[in-house]
Write a protein that binds this ligand. Structure first.
Ligand SMILES: [Fe+2]
Ligand SMILES: [Fe+2]
Length: 305
């Protein structure tokens, strides 16, 4: 909100903070976040899609509808946070957030490309959104982020980051992509969709890492006496969890590359199982022995960070 500046970090003795978390994430984003959704080949996906049963198509469409809407939501709602760090002169964070927003836009493009070019799904996909999903994405997220336009107190920033990075990106997105990826790996089908979701999940791990950094910074600043005194209750709730994630400054727990487990292990809930308890997408279950089925291991995403 500052209409006037007194100087710039990069022309001062300060320069850029090369070892800061945002600068390290920026370096990684330049190396790992430049993939192009338009370069992913959907030819085999179209062949596989033509052979899927209606119930399998329905599961995939419902899942992708939620991914698609979620990616558009986080693309639309990130700007107030970028404006906040820019107004505070946090150049390293703004640099990283430019890649963050660009990656979210590519995620929107990827899912819409797949829906257009493979599923040819031109109908109303919003009908798949459940009441709880709608509350989270069309009420909670935009309200938490839009609040930054008029109130940039630590409490408001914490609420925004917690809603965006910890809840939206950390729970439905991370778990949804992980479970769906496992189903695709186990089935050996839809390789273009698998490739895109693998790349998206790798981008998302950086986004969540930034959220952990931001919350740590806000809590530290509060502990040092900065801020306006509001939001102490929120900070108190977060502090114990902050200690847990600070132990590893390089990675977010749970986001390291995981070995891809084999399909059909054990009983009970399966990765990708739908919210209503329906069976997960797993074409391999119905087509035993099909080329590229069980036993194949995903080798993309080796640089999960
Ligand atoms: Fe995304
Ligand atoms: Fe994200």
């Amino acid at each position: 909100m500052s209409a006037k500046r007194t100087g710039y970090a990069t022309t001062s003795e300060r320069g850029l903070l090369w070892d800061s978390v945002p600068m390290r994430l920026w370096q990684k984003a330049k190396r790992l976040g430049t993939w192009d959704p338009a370069a992913i080949d959907f030819e085999r996906d179209r062949e596989h899609w033509a052979g899927l049963r209606p119930v399998e198509r329905e599961f995939i469409l419902r899942t992708l509808a939620l991914f698609q809407a979620g990616e558009e939501a986080v693309t639309l709602d990130l700007l107030p946070l970028i404006e906040t760090v820019a107004d505070e002169g946090r150049i390293e964070e703004e640099m990283y957030l430019t890649s963050f927003l660009w990656e979210e836009a590519k995620h929107v493009e990827f899912f819409r490309r797949w829906l257009d070019q493979v599923a040819e799904a031109h109908g109303d996909l919003w009908a798949y959104a459940t009441p709880s999903y709608r509350t989270l994405f069309v009420e909670e997220l935009p309200q938490a982020m839009d609040a930054l336009r008029t109130d940039r107190s630590p409490a408001t920033q914490i609420r925004a980051s917690t809603t965006y990075n910890m809840i939206i990106e950390g729970v439905p997105a991370e778990t949804g992509y992980h479970g769906f990826r496992e189903s695709l790996v186990a089935s050996g089908q839809l390789p273009g969709l698998l490739e895109g979701i693998t790349l998206i999940a790798r981008d998302e791990s950086r986004h969540i890492r930034y959220g952990v950094y931001l919350l740590n910074r806000l809590i530290d600043e509060r502990a040092a006496g900065a801020g306006d005194g509001r939001g102490l209750g929120v900070l108190g709730e977060l502090r114990p969890r902050r200690r847990a994630v600070r132990a590893d400054d390089a990675e977010v727990p749970g986001l390291r590359e995981q070995p891809v487990r084999q399909a059909d292990e054990g009983a009970g809930a399966r990765p990708g199982q739908g919210p209503d308890g329906d069976r997960a997408f797993d074409p391999g279950r119905h087509r035993p022995g099909e080329r590229g089925g069980r036993g194949r291991r995903m080798n993309r995403g080796a640089a999960w960070t």
